[in-house]
Design a protein around this ligand. Structure first.
Ligand SMILES: [Zn+2]
Length: 81
């Protein structure tokens, strides 16, 4: 983890290509319990990986997705440099 946890959790992550609105969004750094796909790079990461979990509601359906720290680092770098 390159940055403070609070930076990952506070960073506005929704990629441009997602046109859905997420309501009641919660973004947290988690250690995964099972393999998850990173929604940004599309790679599958094994369990016990630290990833960003974004949870919320899309069209009243609960939604949960994961992004790997590498991808989020790139977003944060793009934002801060
Ligand atoms: Zn990724």
């Amino acid at each position: 983890m390159k940055y403070e946890k609070s930076i990952y959790e506070g960073f506005e992550l929704s990629p441009m290509d997602r046109d859905t609105d997420i309501r009641n969004k919660i973004q947290k750094v988690v250690t995964t319990q099972k393999p998850h796909l990173c929604w940004i790079c599309g790679k599958i990461f094994p369990e016990k990986t630290q990833m960003i979990n974004e949870k919320g509601f899309i069209d009243n359906e609960p939604s949960s997705c994961y992004a790997c720290l590498n991808c989020v680092d790139k977003y944060i770098q793009g934002e801060t440099e």
